[in-house]
Design a binder for this molecule. Structure first.
Ligand SMILES: Cc1cc2nc3c(=O)[nH]c(=O)nc-3n(C[C@H](O)[C@H](O)[C@H](O)COP(=O)(O)OP(=O)(O)OC[C@H]3O[C@@H](n4cnc5c(N)ncnc54)[C@H](O)[C@@H]3O)c2cc1C
Length: 428
């Protein structure tokens, strides 16, 4: 079987790259081994929350010059990063995903450019704040770290739902000067899934909550619990049924409504993954779900074909290949006792030679291993044994030269490098 481009990985980066290529008329195949970071993500996108030395960043596009030369944003170039950043809201809107930012309209104008891109903050399920550039429409973004959210908050959970930790959230809000009251509601359909405690997960609750009778009943229960609070905090489990549910809840509850993330799996993340996969397939792309790319043939400096575990001996050929297999988390890298390897092509990987530098004993420190990645040239072409592979590009978390968890740049790197790789392939 022959394609124009074969993409390895089914996460944010591969999907953005594949959609762009497919829309430009290229015949693409995407091979996705399993779940990806979107399934665990917050539904908010980081662009750059911190410089590599730890300095907090308020306006990411204004500090790109301070990044090292091998950082993916430096390889893309400042002007091109600004151009891609400006195009992201409309790119996602075309895929059915509405995004917002702390700029008034959520729209980032390419004319206003750098001045308009300002980090907001999302609250994690543990109540801490993380800098974020964009968020899905029903994911709350705060204007600033010190934003006063209200004097009194009502936090409402489903009885028995342990992945929404109301105590942590209350503690975080109380530190910000908000007194909190915690309540739990019992809905018949949720009580049914609660009979098996392992079923009480965000996605199952979200499925129940996508039924109109259920979300309306929930809304009325919250209304009954409401006294005089200026803030009502709810778990992010209303996204699967569409934006109208969160809008309806916001309108019917007489207070500011804050939707906060639950422990994984992430309802907004899963929704984003489903919509991006739909967009890729609607544009004509072929998606191989639950299959793993293996056994490439490489002639000279060119990848000719791969196989997949499920398709057996059938070889899949393409003009170009994109590796967006997601770092250690996505199994795009493997760690042996003395080395870190890229398992599909055996590409050159950037990691410290001394194993003691791989991680910090302090669990809460920034960890070097989240910055390991494949070495590429300035066009994101992979390097193997010191030589460039002409038609193999690397995108997203698989890339070296950055530490996305430390920098708060995960989604930004995934999306912008995917756009850049697609443009590099289209330019050939
Ligand atoms: C748990 C977690 C939560 C995160 N949350 C956020 C967040 O809220 N906001 C943010 O900005 N960033 C977040 N990040 C950073 C994240 O890395 C990026 O946002 C981004 O989603 C990474 O996308 P990716 O496509 O590069 O990789 P991934 O999402 O990891 O996808 C890699 C894919 O490749 C597949 N794969 C691997 N090997 C093969 C193979 N041989 N054949 C076929 N498929 C293969 C994997 O199964 C997976 O589907 C998070 C990261 C993690 C690990």
């Amino acid at each position: 079987m022959r394609f124009d481009t074969i993409l390895i990985g089914g996460g944010l980066s591969s999907l953005v790259c594949g959609i762009k290529l497919q829309k430009a008329g290229r015949k693409c195949l995407m091979v996705s081994a399993g779940q990806n970071a979107l399934h665990f993500s917050s539904g908010a996108f980081g662009l750059l929350g911190r410089l590599p030395d730890g300095t907090p960043v308020a306006e990411p596009l204004k500090v790109l010059f301070a990044l090292p030369g091998d950082h993916p944003y430096s390889k893309i170039g400042t002007d091109k990063v600004a151009e891609y950043v400006a195009s992201v809201p409309s790119f996602f809107r075309d895929c059915g995903i509405e995004l917002h930012s702390v700029t008034p309209s959520g729209e980032i104008s390419s004319e206003v450019g750098a001045a308009m891109v300002r980090n907001g903050y999302r609250m994690t399920p543990l109540g801490t704040l993380k800098p974020s550039w964009l968020a899905m429409k029903d994911v709350t973004l705060l204007e600033s770290k010190d934003e006063f959210l209200g004097a009194k908050a009502l936090i409402v959970n489903f009885a028995g739902f342990l992945d929404f930790n109301t105590r942590f959230i209350a503690e975080a809000l109380e530190k910000r000067g908000t007194s909190c009251r915690i309540e739990a509601v019992r809905l018949k359909d949720i009580e049914n899934i609660r009979r098996n405690p392992t079923e009480m997960r965000s996605v199952n609750i979200a499925r129940v909550m996508s039924i109109e009778d259920n979300w309306k009943e929930f809304g009325h229960m919250v209304q009954d619990l409401y006294k005089d609070e200026d803030l009502v905090v709810l778990p992010e489990v209303f996204g699967l049924g569409g934006l109208e549910i969160s809008r309806w809840l916001q309108e019917m509850i007489p207070a500011k409504v804050l939707f906060l993330g639950t422990m994984p799996p992430s309802v907004p993340g899963i929704k984003a993954q489903m919509l991006l996969k739909n967009a890729f397939e609607s544009a004509g792309g072929t998606f191989l779900m639950g299959d793993t790319a293996i056994d490439p043939t490489i002639e000279g400096n060119t990848v000719k074909s791969i196989r997949t575990v499920n398709l057996g001996n059938i070889r899949l050929e393409a003009e170009s290949f994109v590796l967006a297999s997601g770092n250690l988390f996505g199994k795009g890298l493997d760690a042996a006792p003395d080395k870190v390897v890229e398992p599909v092509f055996g590409l050159d990987v950037d990691f410290p030679a001394d194993r003691k530098d791989w991680c910090d004993q302090d669990f809460f420190s920034w960890q070097n291993f989240s910055g390991f990645g494949v070495i590429t040239d300035s066009s994101f072409r992979a390097i193997k044994g010191g030589s460039i592979i002409d038609n193999l590009y690397v995108a997203g978390a698989e890339l070296g030269g950055c530490n996305p968890l430390k920098e708060g740049s995960g989604a930004g790197i995934a999306i912008l490098t995917a756009m850049s790789v697609a443009d590099n392939i289209l330019a050939i």
